[in-house]
Design a protein around this ligand. Structure first.
Ligand code: FES
Length: 93
């Protein structure tokens, strides 16, 4: 899971690009609050996991997250955004 701090708002998304499994946590936040994959540059909206640019066309899973009264970030992994099933294939790294 990748937790993104976007100007003080927190979002939790799957840490795996839907294009070819790139590690999104190794990418950067660009254009305000877009997560850019370090492998081929696809961008995702961390608020809902939408793919914003090619080569990714499918969203990443996103999870509700909140800050507890103790100031601890809590992500609810039991509630995943509707994400189409990912076809499994061999790795091409
Ligand atoms: S693996 Fe993320 S853009 Fe290709």
């Amino acid at each position: 899971m990748l937790v993104v701090n976007c100007e003080g708002r927190f979002y939790a998304i799957e840490d795996r690009c839907t294009h070819d499994d790139g590690p999104l946590a190794d990418g950067e936040l660009v254009n305000g609050c877009q997560v850019e994959c370090p492998r081929h540059g696809a961008r995702f909206d961390p608020a809902d996991g939408r793919a914003l640019t090619l080569p990714a066309i499918r969203p990443v899973a996103s999870f509700p997250i909140r800050v507890s009264a103790e100031g601890i970030l809590e992500a609810d992994l039991s509630v995943e955004s509707p994400t189409p099933p990912r076809p499994r294939r061999g790795h091409r790294r």
